[in-house]
Design a protein around this ligand. Structure first.
Ligand code: PEP
Ligand code: MN
Length: 284
């Protein structure tokens, strides 16, 4: 292993400040939720309200979508980012969205609190170097063909470039078995968690591709020590323009949020949340 800064021996455990008082890496469990793609004012409005009222800490939504086919919905671009930004401000939630290319960075910096580097870009080293310069918090997804060491070395680019506000995200890898969309590597997540000083979250949506498996795998991630989850939620999954089969309905998301405290409690942890305003003021 040639990564050094990302390892526990490389310094203190990293706490990532996502905005609106939400932090990752302090032990509490953080839930990021929202639609795969921002589709319309109405869809994002409903999805945002659904996740906020059920206790999500961060709002997700894709505006630039890395689709396998060029003929699939590619996202609303800047319009989507604007809508996401407005929802974040209105609901007082930090927002996260994927940046696919260096050229999109100025726009992203204007509208999002947290940058997401997708699985397909994990080893886009020039993108990682530029993101490092921004110092903006970043969720670094594991490439579906990347080893654990390659994933940690990709994070090393960000830390080496001066940005330690990095969250690692296990989102499934491609294996010999194609029954599910991907293979969720929970043991790999736990291995990285043991060795790295960065927070590690799990995406049970892309790692399974199957709605009924998302809640159980999110709970398994919590039990296995993940710092949080990134989950796709859609007000009407059957009409989704992207990733409908894996999207949770608001009701299923609600049942996950109700079950998480018991699973976290069994390992001495709890759901995170924004710091009370009094505590924030007192720290200043
Ligand atoms: C996503 O989160 O919307 C996404 C495209 O994920 P991944 O990069 O893991 O495929
Ligand atoms: Mn998706």
């Amino acid at each position: 292993m040639t990564a050094t800064r990302v390892l526990k021996s490389g310094g203190e455990a990293v706490r990532v400040s996502l905005g609106h008082g939400v932090t990752l890496g302090g032990g509490d469990f953080v839930v990021m939720a929202g639609p795969c793609a921002i589709e319309s004012v109405e869809q994002l409005d409903k999805a945002s309200a659904a996740v906020k009222t059920r206790g999500a800490h961060v709002l997700r939504g894709g505006a630039f979508k890395p689709r396998t086919s060029p003929y699939s919905f590619q996202g609303l671009g800047e319009m989507g980012l604007k809508l996401l930004h407005e929802q974040g401000r209105k609901l007082r939630l930090p927002v996260v969205s994927e940046v696919m290319d260096v050229s999109q960075l100025p726009l992203m910096l204007e509208y999002v609190d947290v940058l997401q580097v997708g699985a397909r870009n994990m080893q886009n080293f020039s993108l990682l170097r530029e993101i490092a310069r921004t110092r903006r918090p970043v969720v670094l997804k594991r490439g579906f063909g990347a080893t654990l060491e390659e994933w940690l070395l990709a994070a090393e680019y960000l830390l080496d470039g001066g940005n330690d506000q990095v969250v690692l995200c296990e989102r499934g890898i491609r294996s010999f078995d194609t029954t599910l969309r991907n293979t969720l590597d929970l043991a790999g997540m736990a291995w990285v968690k043991e060795r790295s000083r960065l927070p590690v979250i799990v995406d049970p949506s892309h790692s399974t591709g199957v709605r009924s498996l998302v809640v159980p795998m999110a709970l398994a991630a919590a039990a296995a020590g993940a710092d949080g989850v990134l989950i796709e939620v859609h007000p009407t999954p059957d009409t989704a323009l992207c990733d409908g089969p894996q999207a949770l309905t608001p009701e299923l998301f609600g049942s996950l949020m109700q079950t998480l405290p018991a699973v976290l409690g069994a390992t001495g942890r709890k759901l995170g949340g924004a710091e009370p305003l009094a505590a924030v003021g007192g720290a200043r």
